[in-house]
Design a protein around this ligand. Structure first.
Ligand SMILES: *Cc1c(COP(=O)(O)O)cnc(C)c1O
Length: 437
């Protein structure tokens, strides 16, 4: 099917641009010929929309632009496109204009947690660094839909340097997540420049790149790019496959190039209604990923961004999928299911319950088969009072002085030497009453 589509698309593009050489496997050619209008989309896919639908689709495009690489378009099953997972991720749906009352332009408050342009600093030890707002394909389910197609495509060099300076001066940041947009939209030299700058910062222990190129434009994973990436020994790459159909032989080759260069690969999937909200699809996808040396990382509950309501599922669907995976298949093929907290609370893991009861010396667990079992806790465990003085402790931690971070959240309640017994929201009515305010 894909070969047939590829042939047709090549023919249509070359006949509309006379004598133009079709360089299908050249990513620059793919980018130049990204489909951004319904006309061209209809032409290359032989799909036709009626007048009324077209009108509403044009309205949708005016708010959220369209861009699909010819490669990704070739994965669409044109005979059954309305149910096609690739079509649904790439082509606008008029329901994107239905903004629900709880929808938000920036549900994760990434802009509010941004100390300097390009940086979102949410967690104590890591930052998100958005280096561009363009992509080769605009995913219809993008959580950063608000920014898609913005004219300020690329951070200025000055902003970039400012962001690097922020990381450099913020000693607690040991992990930098480069994302966007798609960082691989930048030229190789620019990517090299950013990686070099970040690697030169002593406290940056790991760098990650989030990219969808292996999925939507695998030709971008060139030997030259891989040569640049493989210079950095602390680099991880996370990609974004949502459906087994996206793992074409071309995509698999791109993944092999990266893994053969020694780069650890992860994958983040978004749970999407009508695309992959089925335990069998997700399991198949995870199996195909691990076959390609890609470790499933997150399964995301779809964010509450504007125009995504038709993609959202109940949380129960994700739970059901996790129930079908945990224990039933290889542990490393199971992603962590998370909800990115609206308002900027970060990713919160959600899981089916396995611990079903406990007493003072036993816990009762159930397994994936429904077997209920007992874990007997040790009678001999001697709890030690931890005063955080590692020099006096038998465990040989030998941390450098001053290495420990400030406790955050529930950890504050768990630590022996803290006197705190409760955490109370700052806007608590009862406490305000107590204080006579
Ligand atoms: C997801 C995310 C990270 C990375 O989180 P991990 O759970 O470590 O993968 C960092 N910063 C922001 C703002 C994020 O959204």
């Amino acid at each position: 099917m894909r070969e047939k589509n590829k042939k047709r698309i090549k023919k249509k593009i070359s006949s509309s641009r006379k004598n133009m050489l079709v360089e299908w496997g050249n990513y620059k050619w793919q980018l130049e010929h990204a489909v951004t209008s319904i006309d061209v989309f209809e032409e290359i896919t032989d799909i036709k929309f009626n007048e009324e639908e077209r009108g509403r689709l044009e309205e949708t495009l005016a708010k959220f632009p369209l861009s699909v690489t010819p490669y990704y378009a070739s994965l669409i099953d044109t005979e059954n496109f309305r149910n096609d997972p690739v079509f649904k991720q790439a082509f606008p749906d008029v329901r994107e204009l239905d903004i629900m009352t709880n929808d938000m332009a920036d549900p994760l408050s990434e802009d509010k947690d941004s100390p300097v342009p390009g940086i979102t600093h949410r967690y104590p030890d890591r930052v998100l660094f958005n280096v561009t707002s363009t992509c080769s394909m605009y995913c219809r389910h993008c959580t950063r839909k608000r920014k898609v197609g913005d004219s300020d495509d690329i951070l200025s060099k000055k902003d970039m340097l400012e962001a690097v300076r922020y990381i450099k001066s913020t000693k607690g940041v040991r992990d930098v997540l480069i994302s966007g947009g798609d960082p691989f939209m930048l030229p190789d030299e620019f990517i090299d420049w950013i990686l070099e700058k970040l690697s030169a910062i002593p406290h940056v222990e790991v760098i990650r790149i989030g990219t969808r190129m292996p999925v939507v434009l695998p030709y971008r994973i060139t030997e030259d790019l891989v040569k640049v990436l493989s210079k950095y020994k602390n680099l991880w790459i996370n990609t974004h496959f949502n459906h087994p159909r996206e793992l074409s032989s071309t995509a698999e080759k791109a993944l092999a190039r990266l893994s053969e260069a020694g780069i650890p690969l992860g994958n983040q999937t978004v749970l999407l209604a009508g695309v992959n909200d089925c335990p069998r699809i997700i399991k198949k996808l995870m199996h195909r990923l691990v076959q390609n040396r890609v470790r499933p990382y997150y399964l995301y509950q779809c964010d509450m961004s504007e125009g995504l309501s038709h993609f959202r599922t109940p949380v129960g669907k994700g739970m059901e999928i996790m129930e079908h995976m945990i224990g039933h298949t290889s542990g490393f093929a199971v992603p962590r299911y998370v909800i990115d907290a609206p308002g900027g609370g970060g990713k919160i893991p959600v899981m089916p319950e396995y611990l079903i009861s406990w007493s003072t010396n036993k816990v009762i667990l159930r397994n994936y088969e429904g077997v209920i079992t007992t874990y007997k806790e040790p009678d001999s465990y001697e709890p030690t009072f931890c005063d955080r003085n590692c020099d006096e402790c038998d465990l040989q931690l030998n941390l450098e002085a001053g290495h420990e971070e400030k406790p955050v959240g529930i950890v504050k309640l768990l630590r022996d030497h803290e006197s705190l017994v409760s955490l109370t929201p700052s806007a608590n009515e009862r406490i305000r009453r107590r204080n006579g305010k």
